[in-house]
Design a protein around this ligand. Sequence first.
Ligand SMILES: Cc1ncc(COP(=O)(O)O)c(C=O)c1O
Length: 478
Amino acid sequence: MQKEIKDLEQQARQLETTTEERNHLFDKARQYGERFLNSLSEKPAYVDEQSMGKGVYDLPFDEKPKDFDKLLDLLHSEVDTPGLNPASGKHAGYIPGGGIYPSAIADYLAAVTNRYTGVFFSSPGAVRIENMCIRWMNDLVGYPEGAAGNLTSGGSIANLIALVVARDNSGIKAKDFNRAVIYTTRQVHHCVVKAIKFSGLQEATLRTIPMDDRFCMKADALEKQIKADKKEGLIPLTIFASAGTTDLGAVDPLDEIGAIAERHDLWFHVDAAYGGFFLLTDHGKEVMKGIEKSDSATIDPHKGLFLPYGSGALLVKDGEKLYDSQHMSANYLQDTYKATQEASPADLSPELSKHFRGLRMWLPLQLFGIQPFRAALEEKLLLTRYFYDEIQEIDGIEVGPEPELSVAFFRYVPESGSANTFNKKLVNEIHRDGRVFLSSTHIDGTVYLRLAVLNFRTHLEDVDLILSVLKEKIQQLT
Ligand SMILES: Cc1ncc(COP(=O)(O)O)c(C=O)c1O
């Protein structure tokens, strides 16, 4: 048996790399990253390619090792070329992502050292780093000491956990789920509707409260509806407000909603996945006044803090409520329970083993300091205002309300023919061209184009290019 073990060891040891091999891999990967970043400004924001990365399947997994150069070539042609380039400053569709470089270094370090950040006992320093990130965001939102949270993969999962915590905190029993009511607007992100399904609350009533002409929830209509529902014997459960809707960037009146939630003893959640980090700016603080009244909030560092994808956060004002909802113990983990100085992420989220997400947030905040983040966010707000003013100089353009944050929407109304058909063609032409990327949406049957400025690489020259591409395409289509 020993001989067999030794033979297998010989083969298994291929999984360990030598310093020489590591240097080889790292140098090639670093050069690849440099080539990618240094050519970004010339690269299109969108590549409309027929094959759509199909070449990935040309290299199936097999028993044999493959050459790293060949794999990088495939990454370049099949992965990093077709489709949307979220790293580009000319990407202003959907909600743009970022990808600041120190986060990549942090991910590298986190993966090499592979610290176990599920429980405090196993990696106390790493858990402190994560808790420090959570505390910083709790302070930003204005939650008191005793608040808690967890770092999620994104906003969808943060919203899902929030709904589960609200459900558990209400003490509602499954037999009454069909009497529960969740209040929001039609502009809430669709992941909230998914969360309702995943949390077992699909039989609950989802009330979409009317909005004003800026697409913000009407607080008086909300209160009226809550009262009517109570009268009918329904159970108002939670309000899901938005601080920056995805489609239009609208911020619900959080201060008034917070007061209503308090009067009616409802869990008040704010989805600030997109808008939350604008709290670093004076304007953001002003428009999101009252966010501190909420019981929980979603905020996505992979949006407003420009981190690479895979970074969301749920914040909960009363940390014990989060713990009560998410904590579970296991016999085999009994040794870990003796380390109690800090909360363990596994006690505050559905995850146990997880990526050390905090490092990719902690490192850039420490390396750069907070100031450049604030400046970048202020710049994005102004760029959106600038775009909103400039686009109105084009004859035939109709705009939505003045942007609250960094989303503006607009459409071209042709002298004849269907405006919807025209605007769909316009967005398709922009995608085919690829130099810049915008996305479209529809509101009550009307098609609009959206500009969403949130990539840290988007600056004045990019917005000017977006404006000139729009002018050019409108001219071509009219
Ligand atoms: C307001 C809002 N909530 C939730 C989400 C979903 O977040 P994620 O894509 O990180 O899951 C988004 C995504 O754009 C969003 O804008």
